[in-house]
Design a protein around this ligand. Structure first.
Ligand code: FES
Length: 144
């Protein structure tokens, strides 16, 4: 079959079928640090706390935005972690974490979110989505 034959078969009677390229790797396990946690589920990712890029998460009050996932991760102390969407629900700025007040201010228009992602002050009206975090050894697993 020639390329022309194939295109003619794809476009039939005014109906166009769009063939999208297969991006096999994008359907694979989400990984941030190369650790897959041994699972095959694509709805989670892992962070290896021994990786220098994530060293901020080793101390209570430490936090960082995992830009590849738009998720802010906070070490809340006592071996506990919180993961929330880092994108403000007002107009999409990236929130930060304030360890002194234990909340998430948005630098753009002053919205403020609690440690659970609930809106404390607007203009945002919707909460930040929260993701379960588990820790096993030095590996954090964040379920999306
Ligand atoms: S974008 Fe965050 S308060 Fe407006």
């Amino acid at each position: 079959m020639t390329r022309r034959d194939l295109i003619q078969k794809i476009v039939l009677g005014g109906t166009t079928i769009i063939i999208l390229p297969v991006i096999a790797s994008s359907c694979a396990k989400d990984e941030v640090d190369g650790t897959n946690g041994g699972g095959s589920n694509s709805d989670k990712f892992t962070i290896d706390l021994t990786t220098p890029a994530y060293s901020a998460l080793n101390a209570a009050g430490g936090w960082m935005v995992v830009a590849a996932k738009n998720i802010i991760v906070v070490n809340t102390g006592s071996n506990a972690f919180v993961a929330l969407d880092s994108v403000c629900t007002h107009q999409g700025c990236t929130v930060a974490y304030n360890s002194g007040t234990n909340n998430f201010p948005c630098p753009c228009h002053g919205s403020l979110y609690s440690i659970t992602g609930a809106v404390i002050n607007g203009p945002a009206t919707l909460p930040l989505k929260s993701y379960p975090v588990s820790k096993s050894g030095n590996i954090l697993t964040i379920s999306l």
